[in-house]
Design a protein around this ligand. Structure first.
Ligand SMILES: N[C@H](CCC[C@H](N)C(=O)O)C(=O)O
Length: 277
């Protein structure tokens, strides 16, 4: 039987599995079964906590979407992993620790039992590393999505992100374009599609159609991506509040050559035992 913790970061919800002492046998079918919001537990992403492969890191965490697809990073998720480790007695308040994600190490620090700050590393704009098909790296790219001519930013936070300015879009257009952009062929591995409004230089509003999970209440890497794209264009300050449907995150990034910090909450909901075969 599999014990699990149900957690969320601003309504982006997770099931966390403890793989520290025994390997987890996961496959697409079992992940999708656990993800089902009627016959399973339900989550946007499944997170595992496992022994680190990188000796400089304390633990490794795995990330899978509702559809069973893996991801290289999960911003709301890593904050929940940090809070989970604190509750498990292996991470003290105020202690900084390196955790190994599928896309490389990040450093987390618990500000208190429910708030975590994370060094998410440096945003990556090189198209080949996103991956995104483009002639050259740019602040903006023209792309046709479902017959509409769009302008996007593209960046990786360890997972791919397209960022669209929503001010220019008519009511209802993001709902149509989100799924189409997430599966656009220029993003060879798919992409998370963020639709952002700039209230001012230190305040953004964002909704994200996530790769492999659809519209979510919050997307941590999406908030990082939107800020990074606008910061690189010189349109926001080095510290911004990003309001998502589920609540607000604080993102700080001076610019290229620096790492980006994300700060926000992590919450426990319940613990349980998975009985289905
Ligand atoms: N759907 C994402 C993974 C989860 C990202 C999001 N929940 C976050 O908080 O960063 C992807 O496939 O890249």
């Amino acid at each position: 039987m599999l014990r699990f913790s149900k957690m969320h970061g601003l309504g982006n919800d997770f099931v966390v599995l403890d793989g520290r002492t025994a390997p987890l046998s996961l496959n697409v079918a079992s992940i999708r079964a656990l993800a089902d919001r009627r016959t399973g537990v339900g989550f946007d992403q499944l997170l595992s906590v496992e022994p680190a492969r990188d000796p400089s890191c304390a633990f490794y965490y795995g990330i899978w979407n509702t559809d069973g697809s893996p991801s290289g990073q999960c911003g709301n998720g890593v904050r929940c992993v940090a809070a989970w480790l604190h509750r498990a007695g292996t991470l003290a308040l105020g202690e900084a620790v390196r955790l190994e994600s599928p896309s490389g190490p990040v450093t987390v620090r618990l500000l208190n039992a429910h708030e975590v700050t994370v060094d998410m590393g440096e945003p990556v704009f090189a198209p080949a590393r996103i991956p995104f098909a483009a002639e050259a790296e740019a602040d903006r790219y023209a792309i046709e999505v479902d017959g509409d001519a769009l302008e996007i930013g593209a960046v990786s936070m360890g997972n791919p992100h397209a960022v669209v300015m929503a001010e220019a879009l008519a009511e209802g257009v993001p709902e149509r374009l989100g799924p189409a952009l997430s599966t656009h062929p220029r993003f060879a591995a798919g992409t998370n599609a963020g639709f952002v409004r700039r209230a001012d230089r230190s305040h953004l509003q964002l909704r994200v159609h996530e790769r492999g999970a659809g519209w979510t209440q919050a997307c941590g890497t999406g908030a990082c991506a939107a800020m990074a794209v606008l910061r690189r264009r010189g349109e926001v300050d080095e510290s911004v509040q990003v309001d998502l449907p589920g609540g607000a995150l604080r993102i700080a990034w001076p610019g290229p050559g620096h790492t980006l910090w994300m700060t926000g909450p992590a919450a426990f909901v319940f613990e349980g035992t998975w009985l289905a075969d």
